[in-house]
Each structure stands twice: as structure tokens, then as C-alpha cells.
Design a protein around this ligand. Structure first.
Ligand code: ZN
Length: 501
């Protein structure tokens, strides 16, 4: 818990602002005084125009403000012969950004976000929901907000009660809770361990028209926009219900989505359409590969390395297993099957971790590795699995036991995400096209909960703000323009849900 992030923001009027929002041109030097009600108490922005003809449309101010730092003006141009000053103020609670079309400063379109969007995203990022932690703090924040709006969220805890999904249905005007649209997102984030961040990953910071923080792209911006625009969905009677679902443990195997679906089924709630808000740059993604994760554990027999025949080297057997797995990966790479719609158009297999051995002068008693494979839709994952299993539990185990009877290898699945198949989409894809005004249909290489929702009979597409390229990285960020695009999507969805008959 971080005090700064958890403080509930309140938004008062912004005083003495000459621009209000959007952009405004000034012909004379101006002092812009902006009062922040949340976190930042006051920031004064001074701009000046030395006169002269100068550059057309140049600007001498560049200010970035975050709630962590109360204002920082970039260096003014030295030869400032400016005829006028153009200041674009980006309105957001706790943040004003003045953008400048000055050479050397990137020009981005001005973005006016809903009053509470950045505050919501900031608040969600402040909850450290790294998958190894509980997500309860974040769930409580959302739960309180939904209850405050008169809704009745349902919590679906995990088996030991340390984490929970949250699902809420906004019924149609006739009270109906069947059918309708579900917006789904996961609450957890990947660790920041070992990453080099230039700001606190759990304190959202706006710099250069981007919001930085762990989960900014994957996928707390999506959740923050939903919460900020909730009033849009509640303002009008809905012709069909809207379901909002937040899950736990997506990043470690989509465990939450499985219990979420069980809960929905038990309560007879089955949305017609689901939009999973993973970062796709707000483009419709109708297909992704499946993902299957396994851990393989070798138990050999320790011995002094001067007497190798006395031991069974677990590392050496693991190496043989890895080489076999790689050979299967190579087969798929060379022979397919191929699906050209994917960036990597075939099934891939990757050994991601390995550990083993105790000392260089010992025969290694233990070795464990983890691998995953990502299969294109239509590829039999069972066939891949059984080939690896046959090799491990057949040939390798036999060879190990020939060396010593206690040697063994075990093989355990640690997670699986089914593929999302484009064949399954129809209405969901159409809806996203309608709401975004686009017609593209893409595939991605990463897995999402969408495959599980599709398996449960819900027409599912993936569409959310931000780029997956920024997900999981150090200095993860989301472009503010992406947040704005997500807001547009939510407003269009609210209109759609209200107008359907
Ligand atoms: Zn994600």
C-alpha cells in the first residue's frame, strides 16, 4: 500500500486557467495559474513572448506535471523570437500538460480525458497486484466504487481466499441480466523484479504524453477507463445488460477466469459478447495462439564428480529433454502447419527457465526446467504434449533408471490458455468494428483469457488500449491518446447498449 496512490482523489475546480481545456493561443506573455486539488497543490506556469516575427506558431513552453513532481518546465528556446505562444493544456485531474509544437519537442495531439480517468488508473497502479501478491486491495477499491454507484458486485474468491475475481452486472432496463456485453480484464501484473525503472513502478507518472507505471498498458488503463466512465453506463436505461469482470492470476495461467466462468454459469449469467481489454492499440483481435506451460523435474543421484558412474546426472538428462523439445519446435518451424495471420506463423516451443546442480564438482542430483508451447489455432496440442511426455517418461526415464533405480523424471502442467479462434467470432468482432469505426481484424501471439471465454460459448474479441510491446517491460507506459481512444470506445458502447432494441 502506498499512501500517495491510495488517497482518494477529489477534484475541485481548476482556477484561473486561461484555457480551461483544449488549446488556446496567446498573443502576449501570460501567467497561467493552475490549482491542483489532488496531490499537487499549485503550479505556476510562466510563458513569455519576446516579440518579433519569429517562427510561425512556435511555442516557448513545455511543461510536464505529475502527481509525484509538482511541475517542471523544459528549457526555453534560447533564440526566442516568438510571435505568439501556443499552449495546449491537457486536462486531467492532478495533471495538466502543456504541449508545445516547438522544434525538438514531440508534437502529439492534445488529449482531453474524462475528469477521473487518470486518477483511477493511478489508483489501480498504486495497488501492487503482482501475481504473487493478493489482489484484494484493488478488488476492495473497485468493489467500494461499484457499491457507491448502487451496484451489487459479486466476489469470487480463489480456493484459499487470498485473491478474488469481481463481477458485476448492470441489468437492462427491464431487469434482465441475461445476454448482453461483458468487459473483462485481469487485475494482476507481472513482477518488476530485476527491471530498471526510472520512476516508481507503482506510482503512475505522466511524462511526455505517456502514463508510466506497472500495468499501465497491461491492463490497468482499461480498468481505469471503465471505472471513470461508469456514470455513462448508468445514466441511461440499457437495452441489454453490461457485465464487468475483473480476474486474478491471469499472468500466471488464467486461473481466475476459470473460477469466474464457473460462477457465471452457476448464477445463470451468460453474456453474448465479451471484450477482453488486453492491449491491442484498440484494434480488434479475433485470434491468438494457445499457451501451455509445464514444469519438468529430474531427480538423479548425487555423487562426487570424481566418480560419475556412482551418480545419475539430472542436468545431463534435462539437456537431452531440452534438445528433444527443441527438435519438435524446429519441426513446426520448418514444416508448419502455418497460419500467415500470425507474426510468428507457426507453433513455437520455448524452454524459459532451468535450475539444477549444487556444485561443479558434484554429479547433479536435481534439475528442473519450465517450458511452454504456443500453438496456432487448429494444431493438436495434445499431440505435442504426448510426444514430449512419451520421450520423457519413456526413453529418458528408462535410461535414468538403468543407471539407478531411484532416478526419475516428472512432468506437471502449470497452466494453459486455450487459443482464441477467429472462427468463433461474429457479433463480437462486428460490435468492436462498429464501436471503433474500424474494420481490421488481427491476431496476436500472446494468450489471453479470451480463449477461455470463447470455450464457454461467449463470442469474444480482444480489444484494449495500449500496446503489448510496452506490457511487462521496465518503464511500462501507455500513450494518453490510447486512453482517450478507450474512453471513446466506452462512450460508444454506452450509447450502443442504451439504443439497442
Ligand atoms: Zn494482460
Amino acid at each position: 500500500m502506498r499512501a500517495a496512490g491510495m488517497r482518494r482523489p477529489s477534484f475541485g475546480p481548476i482556477t484561473d486557467s486561461p484555457a480551461g481545456r483544449g488549446e488556446r493561443w496567446f498573443s502576449r506573455p501570460q501567467i497561467i495559474r493552475v490549482t491542483f486539488v489532488w496531490n499537487v497543490s499549485q503550479v505556476t506556469v510562466a510563458t513569455y513572448v519576446p516579440g518579433g516575427t519569429g517562427h510561425k506558431g512556435t511555442v516557448c513552453l513545455c511543461l510536464f506535471v505529475s502527481n509525484a513532481r509538482p511541475g517542471r518546465a523544459a528549457a526555453l528556446p534560447r533564440a526566442a523570437t516568438l510571435s505568439r505562444v501556443r499552449v495546449i493544456l491537457l486536462r486531467a485531474p492532478g495533471y495538466w500538460l502543456a504541449r508545445t509544437p516547438l522544434k525538438g519537442f514531440p508534437i502529439t495531439r492534445s488529449v482531453v480525458l474524462a475528469p477521473t480517468t487518470l486518477a483511477w488508473i493511478t489508483r489501480l497502479i498504486a495497488c501492487d497486484t503482482t501475481s504473487r501478491n493478493s489482489n484484494q486491495e484493488l478488488i476492495d477499491v473497485i468493489d467500494a466504487e461499484l457499491r457507491g454507484q448502487g451496484l451489487e458486485p459479486v466476489l469470487v474468491p480463489n480456493s484459499d481466499g487470498t485473491k478474488a475475481n469481481l463481477v458485476v452486472t448492470i441489468p437492462a432496463h427491464d431487469g434482465s441480466t441475461t445476454g448482453g456485453v461483458m468487459l473483462a480484464g485481469h487485475t494482476d501484473v507481472v513482477p518488476v523484479d530485476g527491471q530498471s525503472w526510472s520512476s516508481d513502478p507503482f506510482i503512475a507518472e505522466v511524462r511526455e504524453n505517456r502514463l508510466y507505471g506497472r500495468g499501465a498498458a497491461d491492463m490497468k488503463a482499461f480498468s481505469g477507463v471503465i471505472l471513470a466512465l461508469l456514470p455513462e453506463f448508468l445514466a441511461r436505461p440499457l437495452a441489454m445488460p453490461l457485465h464487468l469482470a475483473w480476474t486474478y492470476d491471469e499472468e500466471v495461467g488464467c486461473h481466475g477466469a476459470i473460477t469466474l466462468l464457473a460462477d457465471l454459469a452457476a448464477r445463470g449469467i451468460r453474456p453474448d459478447i465479451c471484450v477482453v481489454g488486453e492491449p491491442t492499440s484498440m484494434r480488434a483481435v479475433s485470434a491468438h495462439k494457445s499457451s501451455h506451460l509445464y514444469r519438468v523435474s529430474f531427480t538423479g543421484l548425487a555423487s562426487h564428480s570424481s566418480n560419475t558412474p556412482n551418480g545419475v546426472n539430472a542436468i545431463e538428462y534435462a539437456a537431452r529433454a531440452i534438445a528433444f523439445i527443441r527438435s519438435i519446435a524446429d519441426e513446426h518451424r520448418v514444416n508448419g502447419p502455418f497460419d500467415a495471420s500470425f507474426e510468428v506463423p507457426y507453433t513455437t516451443i520455448n524452454v524459459g527457465t532451468i535450475s539444477g546442480g549444487a556444485a561443479v564438482n558434484m554429479v547433479a542430483e536435481r534439475c528442473d526446467f519450465e517450458f511452454e508451447f504456443r500453438a496456432i489455432p487448429g494444431v493438436s496440442t495434445a499431440a505435442i504434449f504426448s510426444r514430449i511426455e512419451d520421450f520423457l517418461l519413456g526413453e529418458l526415464r528408462t535410461a535414468m533408471r538403468a543407471e539407478h533405480a531411484t532416478a526419475d523424471v516428472s512432468f506437471a502442467p502449470i497452466g494453459a490458455v486455450p487459443a482464441l479462434s477467429a472462427a468463433g467470432t461474429g457479433a463480437a468482432l462486428q460490435l468492436v468494428h462498429d464501436l471503433t469505426g474500424t474494420s481490421s481484424e488481427e491476431t496476436v501471439g500472446y494468450g489471453t483469457e479470451g480463449g477461455l471465454f470463447q470455450l464457454a460459448g461467449i463470442d469474444t474479441v480482444v480489444c484494449g488500449p495500449g500496446s503489448i510491446r510496452q506490457g511487462h517491460t521496465a518503464n511500462e507506459y501507455i500513450d494518453l491518446a490510447q486512453i482517450s481512444a478507450c474512453e471513446d470506445f466506452m462512450r460508444a458502447l454506452a450509447r450502443h447498449l442504451a439504443h439497442q432494441h
